[in-house]
Design a protein around this ligand. Sequence first.
Ligand SMILES: [Zn+2]
Ligand SMILES: [Zn+2]
Length: 250
Amino acid sequence: MRKRLASMFMKAVNLALPPRCLGCGLIVEQDDSLCVACWSGLSFIRAPRCATCGVPFETDLGEAALCAPCMEERPTFNGARAAIVYAELPRKIMMRFKYGGRTHMARMMARHIRLAASEWLDAPGSLIIPVPLARWRLWRRGYNQAGLIARALARDSAAALMLDGLVRRRATASSGGLGRKQRFQNVRGAFRVAEKARPQIKGRNVLLVDDVMTTGATAGACARELLRAGATSVHVLTWARALPFKTLDS
Ligand SMILES: [Zn+2]
Ligand SMILES: [Zn+2]
């Protein structure tokens, strides 16, 4: 009965406030979605890709192939997948919540991530942990985008959710305009595993969630702490992935 009432209520709401494309605001059929034009403006990442950081390759070099930065220095995490390439449109989508709440946005991002990494999400016994936001940013923005995506991912997966497994030890400077090396220095020692989370992290496969991966410095710093705390493996899931040599700021 309550369910029926809720669905009637949603229908009434949809009549009054039809769902809008999360990219451009055009009226669409379904909540948490994009119009055809925005959808086709995203470039979804598929194989072939780097076996460790997930960056897409133009030619297939085999399943175990690594990209140049990973060959030079193997990341601390065991693997990473992103749903789409970070470019102008994804950036716009992330910047504005005008046409839908941020929960809608997170649900869409989670759906996209699932397309890229369902085998990780469906593996039994995993633990989903978001990259924490600096406290002052959280205060200013009022929410952690990574936390919202993590929550949406956990809803449709076998993995357990731990929202506060990682904490920021100190604020990091904005990474915009920093080179690769500086980004790694910037996040060194910036994260730690929450004391109360340690027993649950030990012996688990952790799925680390963030909205965008740029150099992988943040994910790497978080993964190091999780592995130190006894995690069996750390796989990184992000909605978007900035490609090397592209200079969009994140
Ligand atoms: Zn659109
Ligand atoms: Zn790589």
